[in-house]
Design a protein around this ligand. Structure first.
Ligand code: MRU
Length: 344
């Protein structure tokens, strides 16, 4: 049960099932506008995932699950096609494939069974986040400063968040006294989304330029970097938003501890290590313009990988709803998560 203090820092829900449509808080427009889009088909849900109207590994999986329900309700003859369109929407976050595999398992029961499964995926994510929040906060120590990256909050999940859930819990119980969020260029998930969540939910925080992180660590104001994940391989190597890897390197150099917070739906025991994780490359336009306005001279080119892999030996602890893996490696991951499923 979540404490009243923690509940007052948890007011946002971005993925809303309406019975016959999926309502998504459009994250492309935050914080300037709070508008919702309505998806009525699996193809619309896939487009919302691809175009980042909904993003964050767990939220992508949940939205895809509801996309399958929309297909089962409106176009059951093309359910296979719906599964493949949704699966192809984004490559790195394994929660997408995990949720679709779960939905495939419920397929024989028809639209109603699929609806129950999607709801279970969403509800379990929220419960996992609350559990991880408490578990992660207990590991921090008292009166610490934390730096986070990207957005791992209510917007990125069924609610509460993963790394941001630890920050919600740690701020509520007094273990966290300073919060810093990196901007997260180029899409500005930290500046646009994390700061919006923290301001709305009454958690004081400072935004920093991504390039200020090492300087911040040197100042002694942060004791932990706390981040989420898009896919964690069997040896603990962790894919997360671009920039996470350099934070882990800087953290180790400065004696700042590094925590990854992710539900077990982000663990991919079938992928042996980080080298086997596909890193999404997005359009250079995301680097060269903002809100449709060019910010770089015409003719310039850009390289836009949107995730990187932090090697497991730079991670102090991975927190999941099943427990924490300290100093993660293949043996410790296997002890908690078992051997990979045979066919993924
Ligand atoms: O490209 P995005 O915004 O979907 O990337 C999101 C991240 O990298 C998050 O850190 C990760 O998905 C964890 S969200 C709980």
């Amino acid at each position: 049960m979540i404490s009243t203090a923690a509940a007052s820092h948890d007011t946002i829900r971005a993925v809303l099932w309406q019975g016959d449509s999926l309502r998504l808080l459009d994250q492309r427009r935050l914080p300037f506008e709070e508008t919702y889009i309505e998806c009525r088909t699996a193809a619309e849900a896939a487009t919302a995932i691809r175009d980042l109207a909904v993003r964050g590994a767990p939220a992508i999986g949940i939205a895809a699950a509801w996309g399958v329900v929309l297909a089962a309700q409106n176009d059951p003859a093309h359910l296979d096609e719906a599964f493949s369109t949704l699966r192809a929407a984004r490559p790195t976050a394994v929660n997408l494939m995990w949720a679709l595999d779960r939905m495939a398992g419920a397929r024989a029961g028809g639209a109603e069974a699929l609806e129950r499964e999607a709801q279970a995926i969403q509800d379990e994510d929220l419960a996992a986040n609350r559990q991880m929040g408490e578990l992660g906060a207990r590991l921090l120590g008292h009166g610490v400063g934390v730096l986070t990256h990207c957005n791992t909050g209510s917007l990125a999940t069924a609610g509460y968040g993963t790394a941001l859930g630890v920050i919600r819990a740690g701020y509520s119980d007094g273990s966290i006294v300073r919060v810093f969020a990196g901007e997260t260029r180029p899409w500005l998930q930290g500046a646009r989304l994390t700061m919006w969540e923290l301001v709305r939910d009454g958690i004081p925080a400072h935004l920093i330029a991504d390039s200020a992180a090492a300087h911040l660590m040197k100042s002694g104001d942060v004791q932990w970097v706390v981040v989420g994940a898009d896919r964690i391989a069997a040896n603990g190597d962790t894919a997360n938003k671009i920039g996470t890897y350099q934070l882990a390197i800087a953290a180790r150099h400065h004696g700042v501890r590094f925590m990854v917070v992710a539900p077990s739906s982000t663990i991919d025991m079938a992928t042996p290590d980080g080298a086997a994780i596909q890193i999404e490359l997005r359009s250079p336009d995301e680097m060269l313009s903002f809100g449709g306005t060019a910010t770089v001279v015409e003719g310039a080119r850009a390289w836009n990988p949107v995730f990187d892999v932090t090697p497991h030996d730079l991670i102090d602890v991975i927190v999941t709803e099943r427990g924490a893996v300290h100093a993660p490696d293949a043996a410790r991951m296997k002890a908690l998560f078992g051997a990979p499923a045979p066919d993924r």
